[in-house]
Design a protein around this ligand. Sequence first.
Ligand code: SF4
Length: 499
Amino acid sequence: MGDVFGAYSWTVRTYECAADGAATMASVCNWLQEAASLNAETLAFSKSNFESAGENISWVLTRLKVKMSRFPKWGETVSILTFPRGGRRIVAWRDFVLTGADGEELGRATSEWMIIDLASRKIVAIPEGVFAAANTVRPPVFGDEPFAKLRWGCTVASPDALVFRARRGDIDLNGHVNNVHYVEWLLEGRPDTAGPCFELDVVFKSETLAGEEVRVESVEPEPGVFMHRIYAPDGRDHVLARTAPRSAIGAGQGMVSVPTQEAPLPTQEEIKAFKGKGWLLNKGTGTFSARVVTVNGKVSADQLRGVAEAARKFGTGEVTFTSRLGIEVLGVPAGRMAEFEAALSSVGLSVGGTGPRVRPVTSCKGTVCPRGLIDTFSLSRRIHERFYVGWHGVALPGKFKIGVGGCPNNCVKPNLNDIGVAGTVLPGGRRGYQVTLGGHWGRTGGAGTVVPTIFGSEDEVLDFIDRVLCFYRDNGQPGERFFKTLDRIGFNAALAMIG
Ligand code: SF4
């Protein structure tokens, strides 16, 4: 069996273009079909492979979803990466990524296929070997987004239905109207004023044979978005589809990034090295989550937008937030880490926050919270600069976490950090900073021990943290978390050494 990833290139022909000189959605569908056929042939499960094995069966396309950001012009070179991505008993799925000559992503597509017995025209089970060839490296091109449920809401036939009769030239290797002709017919239902179709979602329900008549109806449930139905005169549905213009929030809406070249699965050494730089393996995919460092858990709107754009361009389009107010962008291939980091850098963010060193500080919003007793944003920013940035090159015995809370309500649980700082009120109404040491969470987590001294200023807190870090650096054993160092030496003895 050959490589599960098939990469094919075409030059756009004049007869594949519309009046504006750009390829049409129907042409794209033709390319997808061809790429799928070529890859199936390589993987030894094409129609001709089945024939050679004495099987009178063939693939039929049952679902197709395409999102384009740009249609290439006449003469441009288009590349398609396609790969099977599994399935179950009677359905198999295949994804596609289209790119231009300069590597620009033009669009992507996903599809669902079944196998029919060409004599009985009945669906049959998919041969087991087909699923063995499924891609296990790359995420689905549309992430977890399933095929939409397409419904035709009209109950009264339209007097304006378009009528087509299947010509001999519309019939394909399976002896029925080829899926791309259906696409051409349904696109006739989009008026010119609706603009080009950039998004196509089709369900193919039954076949049409040569000479049979079909009708096409289209309705516009929202501006520019059309539902289409192709059906036989007896009411039997052949096709339901949805077409839409370019997404309002950008051509990449709903798209997730996949690499355009196959990358080998990372080795254990690479996984470890990447982890030390803030890249965490996404199990079962060969891709990585980027841990984006936030300064005290706060980012600007522009930075958030930058993360979203980078996630869409280089990852799966999904972003998660960690319990320590960090951001993780899922599904970035190793080959695109550098581009991702450059994109983040342009909005003042970076990847990191792992390894045996001071971790990014977490902070509640005590600065603006009505209950806040101290300026948490100010203190945590200073902690970030002095200890996350300033101590970045200092190897500690283990990871070291610092949390800052604005009041005893403990919203971000600073006392579960190696050092926790929380705003407090002393008798007489004076405000101060209460510090805990040796907090940790996890399977055997526990709150830190309160330091008897209540600190009166940010500077005092920062200097104390500095002394604690020096103590841990000098007295912790390799791999020993700070709370274990305190347990081993004894809290009071350690406090005396810290000073
Ligand atoms: S810990 Fe206090 S200051 Fe911070 S968010 Fe909670 S209530 Fe507000």
